[in-house]
Design a protein. Structure first.
Length: 184
């Protein structure tokens, strides 16, 4: 049993599969902290504010595919291990492409009954890498969250400024129209 708490982002659109996966993870990890999402926008938000230790993702999702999720995760943080848990990757070429794209591994859903056996070595590897960096792990997580919140604040400020500029332009045009009508 892995005794170090693991923060896991589970990208899954079927509730039954998400629940089964959570139960199997609970057999491996003593205190897992699991967040479940099913789309890129929620995934991005969790990557920025939850900052997971590992991502476990289905391949087929309603609005995107697993490679989209993998690319997003690598764009935000290249160091997060990424594991596909899917029924889709059943041909060798697609499986190889996921590994070449940066996935740490993949497990077929047909092995859900034995998911704990398949997932255990992959999660142990994640923990081993985490232990090497234990002192810095929480500081890095907090810093990432703070930086991401700053970026979100700046994005909101830019959006607010743009909205204010648009409103000021509308007011100017209205004033000009009123002045023009008064001259007539």
């Amino acid at each position: 049993m892995i005794t170090i708490p693991l923060r896991i982002l589970l990208v899954e659109d079927f509730k039954v599969d998400a629940d089964l996966t959570k139960r199997q993870i609970a057999k491996i990890v003593e205190k897992p902290e699991i967040e479940v999402v099913d789309n890129l926008e929620d995934c991005k938000q969790k990557l920025q504010n939850f900052v997971p230790d590992v991502i476990i993702s289905d391949y087929n999702l309603p609005t995107c595919n697993g490679l989209d999720v993998l690319q997003l995760s690598k764009k935000i943080d290249e160091s997060i291990p990424f594991i596909f848990l899917t029924g889709t990757i059943d041909d060798d070429e697609l499986a190889a492409n996921t590994i070449l794209a940066g996935a740490s591994g993949f497990i077929l859903k047909k092995h859900m009954k034995h998911l704990d056996e398949k997932l255990r070595p992959l999660l142990k590897k994640v923990v081993f890498n985490m232990i090497e960096k234990e002192e810095l792990r929480e500081k890095i997580r907090k810093n990432k969250i703070a930086v991401n919140q700053i970026y979100q604040y700046l994005d909101n400020m830019n959006a607010d400024n743009e909205e204010q500029r648009t409103n000021i332009d509308k007011i100017r045009k209205n004033i000009e129209q009123i002045e023009y009508k008064q001259e007539d």
